[in-house]
Ligand binder design. Structure first.
Ligand code: HEM
Length: 260
């Protein structure tokens, strides 16, 4: 049989994958499942793109990196906007099927951890909450041990004549990105001298702001839907999530702004 729209996209299989657990079915559970599945598809694409931007950086491809950051930023903005749909579900409606989730939670999303780790937001302790099932935890842990987008960014900067402090190339790659004052001085100089790199830096700042926006919007969604209840993943809920709020992915790009 020739290729069709449906066979190319594996639609029969895809549309079989939404299986509400409530019986009789609670109307909003379908929305809850579809939104999470769509987010996981976006996470998959984001990882595909962060891998590309790492290659762009390491081979000194500025235009490739700019195009990829533009795509990443657009995915992120779209993803954050989609939370509006889930906010049409009332707390009462969610509580009608919440117990069916048992301990399942976004806390166990191995792809989300991979996204965080690939962006240099590394927290080894959180991978412990990912089930070992089907190599999911191993996937996140492998990403933890890999060089992040930020490490590849340092490669790129060095190729563009930026004096990247040697300690940034020698650091333990399993640790989260730390601000570096000597690099900040250099980035400030670049802002004055290399306008083509400024386009890149501003796109990365847009993305970073978008990532913090995702965290904020997710917290408000959680707060309006379950208030101060504990999470199904076992964390204190909103108070746990707030720990990551306002923490930038690219701290050096934020630290220099008051000096311009
Ligand atoms: C009614 C909607 C939602 C509620 C009530 C909710 C609740 C929570 C809570 C309480 C946590 C903290 C961990 C825990 O103890 O479970 C959490 C974490 C998380 N949720 Fe949600 N969530 C909702 C929607 C979403 C959606 C649509 C996504 C998209 C994939 C998502 C992804 C995540 C992720 C990735 C984490 C881990 C965050 C981190 O560790 O910083 N959640 N969620």
């Amino acid at each position: 049989m020739s290729l069709t729209y449906s066979s190319y996209l594996n639609l029969p299989e895809l549309l079989e994958l939404q299986r509400p657990r409530s019986a009789p079915p609670e109307h909003d559970e379908m929305l809850f499942i579809v939104i999470h599945q769509v987010f996981e598809l976006w996470f998959k694409l984001m990882l595909h793109e962060t891998e590309k931007v790492e290659r762009d950086f390491s081979r000194n491809d500025l235009y490739g990196a700019i195009a990829t950051w533009k795509r990443l930023r657009t995915i992120l903005k779209t993803l954050v906007g989609q939370l509006d749909i889930l906010e049409t579900m009332t707390p009462l409606s969610f509580s009608s099927f919440r117990e069916r989730l048992d301990n399942a939670s976004g806390f166990q999303s191995f792809q989300f951890r991979e996204v965080e780790f690939s962006l240099g937001y590394k927290r080894p302790q959180v991978s412990g909450s990912i089930p070992e099932h089907e190599g999911q935890r191993a996937r996140a842990e492998a990403r933890l041990r890999e060089r992040s987008v930020v490490d590849h960014f340092y490669d790129f900067l060095a190729q563009r004549g930026v004096q990247v402090p040697a300690e940034l190339f020698e650091k333990d790659v399993t640790l989260a990105t730390q601000p570096n004052e000597a690099l900040q001085d250099e980035l400030l100089r670049v802002y004055h001298e290399q306008p083509e790199l400024v386009i890149l830096f501003e796109l990365m700042t847009d993305f970073d702001e978008g990532f913090q926006e995702w965290r904020y919007r997710h917290i408000k969604l959680v707060e309006r839907t379950i208030g101060s209840k504990r999470g199904t993943g076992g964390s204190p809920g909103v108070e746990f999530l707030k720990q990551s709020l306002w923490k930038p992915l690219f701290p050096d790009l934020w630290a220099i702004r008051h000096r311009m």
